[in-house]
Every structure is written in structure tokens, then in C-alpha cells.
Design a protein around this ligand. Structure first.
Ligand code: MG
Length: 381
């Protein structure tokens, strides 16, 4: 069976690596839709190589020859059109930030299988998505390496036997720096992740463990377990991707080299496994796997995320919105790295929670969070 694939965010890190998997598995997957945002030249090149039926881009529609004669649609409406495209089996959400939210809801609403890499979607609207899934609309599988690991550990296991989940965290780009040195780090340093190759936003989020906090919220919704039962452990080598502890005291882990193509391929192939020639894990060559407790004082963003997740309602959407503004402000040199968590915390403290939000409440909380965080970045504006 050939799977018809749509990729939203095909020019980003997840999108490019998904196309690497497709290139190696071209007898099993056909690309029927691509959407990209800023990198139009790469999007056109991808379209000429993979020949999708439809491409969503921020360009004039008379350029379709440059895009392999695909039908062209504009943004942002093109994202939802692709997410619900007739004939598409599997929708990869590889967008960043809140861009993936409406397309994910649309795809699930249309009964699609969604492979989600865009964690802000579950952080913002986990309860809405869980509602759709519990009503039997669509199916959601994770691409994030930690959640893919948990998913793989849970295969064949009774859900009621799950006691705890443990997410591993590399500690990010600054794990060796002192608290004082942390205040002076530059965007260039933050964008150099020690083990994973990822997009800009998520790499900065990894450097202060905001990414891990969001992953805890993501796991809470994906696996329907309270945040009190989700732990984080430091693991600098990024070989053990996460663990599940069962009610009999047994713990299962999933291991692999830090290469996103593996969890991406599993999201495309499950419940099968497809043979490939990716490099294999050689534990003797790696020698040591080490683990340590997380220092919650050193990484305040992690605590902010977990607390926002426990408070629930619109707090996680505010967290995600404020974080996007704060990370962007850091990347353009407006605030130091160490100011990202306080800026998010102040925004959260000013928010009045809506306890069981609908989509409009979530979008309004996001708008409010961005406006509030932006004013904190540039008070004169
Ligand atoms: Mg991850």
C-alpha cells in the first residue's frame, strides 16, 4: 500500500528530514501536498523533485511551472486545504509555533492520520484535540523523539499498567555553563545544539528546557496521564529517548542515535517497521550513558511550563504565545537569554485563566499573550 503524504512546513527541519525518509522509501510513500513559508526557492525545488498535486506557498499562482506544475494555493488558507485534502492519508505537521494549530484541528476533523512535530499545537489546545480523538475523529501520532519513544514502549502494553513516564533531556547547548555565563550567551551560541539538528525556535527552547516543559504537556495529552506522573531526567548523550515505568516496577526504554529520521519514519511506517540503512547504535563505541537530576533552579522555564500545564485552561496557550515572542526577541538581540523565562512568567502572572476554553478562547489567549509579552520586551511601543 502506498501512503499519500502531505507535509506542512516542508522546508523546515522536520519537513526536509521527512522528505529524506520519503526519498529512501519512495515505493511506499507518495507526496501529494507540500506547504512552505519563507524558503520559496527550496519549496519549488522540492515540488519539482516530488511532484505533489498541490503546493501551498506565499507566491503568485502563475509560477506553477517552477513548482513542477502543481496546483498552487496561497497561505494561510492553503494549510487547511492541504490538511483536509481528499485522497491524502497522512498529514505531517512540521510547522513551528502556532502555525500548526488550525491545520491540525482541520485534519483531525476530516478524519486524517496526523503525524505531529509541532508541539505548541498540543500545548495550546490539548483538551480540544483530545476531545476530537475521543470522539473518534482522526488519529494522532507523535514525531517528537521522546514521544515516539514512549509510543514505541507502550506498543502491546495495557494502558492501565502505565505508572510513570520519564522524558530524557540533553540539557541543551549551555549545560556546561555557570549561571553567570548563562546571562551573556548569544543567539549564535544558543543555536548550536550539542546532539540534535533542529529549527531555530526549538533549539533555543532546548537551551533553557522550555522545550522539555512543553514536551511534558505534550505527553500529558498524547498519553492521557497527569503531569504529576511525568518526570524529566538529564541524559546528555541523547541515546535513551524516553522511558515508561509500569505498575510491576519494570521500566522500558527506547534507544537510538539522535537522528530525527528514525522517529519520522516510524510515524510514517507504523504499525510496520521499514528496513533502512541509517547508522546503527553501537553501545560499545558510545561507552557511557549518563543520567542526572534536573536542576529546576537553573532551568526556570521548565518549572514555568509544568506549572502552566498543571494550571491548565488557557495558561499553556499563554505560555506558548509568550515564549514565541520572548525567543524571537532574544534572537534579534532585544533581550538577553536569561530574560526569556521572567518575561514568560510575568505574562502568565498577568493572565486571567479561562478554565475550559474553546478554540476562540485559546486564540484570544494567544493574541493577548503575544501583545502582553511584546509590551514587556519594548515598553515604549
Ligand atoms: Mg524532543
Amino acid at each position: 500500500m502506498v501512503r499519500n503524504l502531505v507535509i506542512l512546513g516542508s522546508t523546515g527541519s522536520i519537513g526536509r528530514q521527512t522528505l529524506d525518509v520519503v526519498r529512501a522509501m519512495d515505493d511506499r510513500i507518495r507526496v501529494v501536498g507540500l506547504a512552505g513559508h519563507r524558503n520559496t526557492a527550496l519549496l519549488a525545488k522540492q515540488a519539482r523533485e516530488f511532484r505533489p498535486r498541490v503546493v501551498a506557498a506565499q507566491v503568485d499562482t502563475d509560477l506553477d511551472e517552477a513548482f513542477g506544475n502543481a496546483e498552487m494555493i496561497g497561505l494561510p488558507e492553503g494549510l487547511e486545504a492541504l490538511a483536509t485534502m481528499p485522497g491524502a492519508d497522512l498529514i505531517v505537521i512540521g510547522t513551528a509555533g502556532k502555525a500548526g494549530l488550525l491545520p491540525t484541528l482541520a485534519a483531525l476533523g476530516a478524519g486524517k492520520l496526523v503525524a505531529l512535530a509541532n508541539k505548541e499545537v498540543l500545548v495550546m489546545a490539548g483538551s480540544l484535540i483530545q476531545g476530537l480523538l475521543k470522539a473518534g475523529s482522526g488519529e494522532l501520532v507523535p514525531i517528537d523523539s521522546e514521544h515516539s519513544a514512549i509510543w514505541q514502549c507502550l506498543e502491546g502494553e495495557p494502558r492501565r499498567a502505565v505508572e510513570r513516564l520519564t522524558l530524557t533531556a540533553s540539557g541543551g547547548a549551555f549545560r556546561h555553563l555557570s549561571a553567570d555565563e548563562l546571562k551573556r550567551v548569544t543567539p549564535e551560541q544558543a543555536l548550536r545544539h550539542p546532539t540534535w539538528s533542529m529549527g531555530r525556535k526549538i533549539t533555543v527552547d532546548s537551551a533553557n528546557l522550555m522545550n522539555k516543559g512543553m514536551e511534558a504537556i505534550e505527553a500529558r495529552w498524547l498519553f492521557d496521564l497527569s503531569l504529576e506522573r511525568i518526570d524529566v531526567v538529564l541524559h546528555p548523550q541523547s541515546i535513551v529517548h524516553s522511558l515508561v515505568t509500569f505498575s510491576d516496577g519494570s521500566t522500558k526504554a527506547q534507544l537510538g542515535l539522535p537522528d530525527m529520521r528514525l522517529p519520522i519514519q516510524y510515524a510514517l511506517s507504523h504499525p510496520e517497521r521499514w528496513a533502512n540503512d541509517l547508522e546503527r547504535l553501537d553501545l560499545a563505541a558510545i561507552g557511557t550513558l549518563s543520567f542526572g537530576a534536573v536542576d529546576w533552579v537553573r532551568y526556570p522555564a521548565l518549572g514555568l511550563a509544568v506549572e502552566a500545564g498543571k494550571a491548565g485552561g488557557t495558561y499553556p496557550a499563554v505560555l506558548a504565545g509568550a515564549d514565541e515572542v520572548a525567543v524571537e526577541a532574544f534572537l534579534v538581540g532585544k533581550i538577553p537569554f536569561s530574560q526569556i523565562p521572567p518575561l514568560i512568567e510575568t505574562t502568565l502572572n498577568r493572565h486571567t485563566r479561562c478554565s475550559s476554553p474553546d478554540l476562540d478562547d485559546i486564540l484570544e489567549a494567544d493574541r493577548w499573550a503575544r501583545a502582553t509579552a511584546s509590551r514587556l520586551v519594548s515598553p515604549a511601543m
